[in-house]
Design a protein around this ligand. Structure first.
Ligand SMILES: Cc1ncc(COP(=O)(O)O)c(C=O)c1O
Length: 465
């Protein structure tokens, strides 16, 4: 019924008194024939009324989308919206993981500006890229991940497809799992970056969690992690954060990575690495890729999603890649063909701007070295802020609580251990915006604001249960 009303309404964009009367007499009250609603609609469209047209009023009043409920705000991006709406002078946005300068301003890397200038000088065009993306980018990104001389690359066992940053690349990997590993389960850490669950849900891939964070030690629950990976059905996919685990900032040690690889190998699982912070955790690109390289060196087949949002500050350029390291060049070629087939109906082909920036920066030794220096600078600033926050908290809090976890965690975030009510207090009383799982982004903090944040954390921890 609703559809017949709407189609009548949409036809009536041209003035038609017969349509008007048809609508008035035939429409059932529930969906717009109701005189009251009808009149109300006309009143709010005086223009339509005066010209004798009812079309717009009807079309708007009887929405075909009425059955669609309001979606909740995104738990991470929604924090920025709330922050914008707050008029307080002392407000602090520690929700989204985006790097800020000491003045808390967004930062465009100098190497990015130089790469953009190069593009202008060359007069690069805006033609479509192939479905798999820019060839120079795909080469650069696989080499950056695995090391240029990696045998898997030389043996052409790596299928690399440019993706829409980390999220889009994970989504392509999830689509591949859904299509070719029917019923396979994905294991994700508890907790994990909030979007992982959305990604696998939307790709219709079943997932469950493995233990990762131990609230008692505010550290890694290594035993629990190993047990859960062991007890998962053989051939499951295990999502692992390559470095700088989000949200906890807690990474396995190199020895623990070896043991994780042992169990995954024993159980014939397939690791699916999410590498969103290469170079940003330690300041070294190679060190931060060590976990992935360890698995690949064992000859394991591995999926890796990469992102350049954080380490090159290309958040809005949506540049990343999905890499599938396979045991033979033939299967790598087949996998790549299928990744392209999955990408084509989703977005056809990826954007070129960010891909050129990465290819130019990684492919040019001068720019590459400048990038490494800038990355070290950014990682260094975050480390300084982490130390300063720890110093401020420990000098103010005499309760004997051990805050050393702040220093042990790495990367952009600190997982404070604050619960939802305490996190709410941080926002409502102190104007500190953060995710409700107690995560704060240290990349959004300055040395100057550490004292204030320390007061907020101490108050929330001790005075809110
Ligand atoms: C663990 C993790 N994976 C992936 C991403 C993807 O980010 P993007 O899609 O911006 O590259 C993020 C961003 O916060 C992240 O923290």
């Amino acid at each position: 019924m609703a559809s017949s009303v709407l189609s009548a309404a949409s036809h009536s964009f041209s003035p038609s008194s017969s349509l008007c009367s048809r609508q008035t007499h035939k429409g059932k009250p529930k969906i717009g024939g109701n005189t009251l609603r009808f009149n109300k609609g006309l009143n709010s469209f005086p223009h339509a009324r005066s010209s004798g047209r009812i079309s717009m009023a009807v079309a708007v009043n009887v929405s075909r989308f009425e059955g669609i409920p309001m979606a909740p705000p995104d738990p991470i991006l929604g924090v920025s919206e709330a922050f914008k709406a707050d008029t307080s002078d002392v407000k602090l946005n520690l929700g989204v993981g985006a790097y800020r300068t000491e003045e808390l301003q967004p930062y465009v890397l100098n190497v990015v500006k130089k790469a953009e200038n190069l593009m202008l000088e060359r007069g690069d065009n805006k033609e479509y890229l192939p479905i798999e993306g820019l060839a120079a980018f795909n080469k650069a990104t696989a080499e950056l991940l695995l090391g240029a001389g990696n045998p898997a690359i030389k043996q052409q066992r790596v299928a690399t497809v440019q993706g829409l940053s980390g999220t889009g690349s994970l989504r392509l990997g999830a689509a591949l799992i859904e299509r070719y590993f029917a019923g396979a389960k994905v294991l994700i850490s508890a907790p994990t970056w909030g979007n992982h669950k959305n990604i696998f849900n939307d790709a219709r891939v079943p997932w469950s969690e493995y233990r990762y964070y131990d609230p008692k030690t505010v550290g890694l629950d290594f035993e629990g992690m190993i047990e859960d990976i062991k007890s998962a059905p053989e051939g499951s996919f295990v999502v692992l954060h390559g470095c700088a685990h989000n949200p906890t900032g807690i990474d396995p040690t190199p020895e623990q990575w070896e043991k994780i690889a042992d169990v995954i190998q024993e159980k014939n699982h397939i690791p699916f690495f999410d590498v969103a912070y290469q170079g940003f955790a330690s300041g070294s690109l190679d060190e931060d890729a060590a976990s992935v390289r360890l698995f690949v060196a064992r000859g394991m087949e591995v999926l890796v999603a990469q992102s350049y949002s954080k380490n090159l500050g290309l958040y809005a350029e949506r540049i990343g890649a999905i890499n599938v390291i396979s045991s033979s060049p033939e299967s790598a070629a087949r996998v790549k063909s299928q990744l392209k087939r999955l990408a084509r109906p989703m977005y056809s082909n990826p954007p070129v701007h960010g891909a050129r920036i990465v290819a130019d920066v990684v492919g040019n030794p001068v720019l590459f070295n400048e990038w490494k220096a800038e990355m070290e600078m950014m990682a260094g600033r975050i480390k300084n802020v982490r130390q300063q926050l720890y110093n401020s908290i420990t000098s103010k809090d005499n309760s004997g609580k051990d805050w050393s976890f702040i220093l042990k965690q790495i990367g952009m975030f600190s997982f404070t251990g604050l619960n939802k009510d305490q996190s709410d207090n941080m926002t409502n009383k102190w104007h500190v915006y953060m995710t409700k799982d107690g995560r704060i982004s240290l990349a959004g903090l300055s040395l100057a604001k550490c004292e204030y944040l320390a007061d907020a954390i101490i108050d929330s921890y001790h005075n809110v249960s």
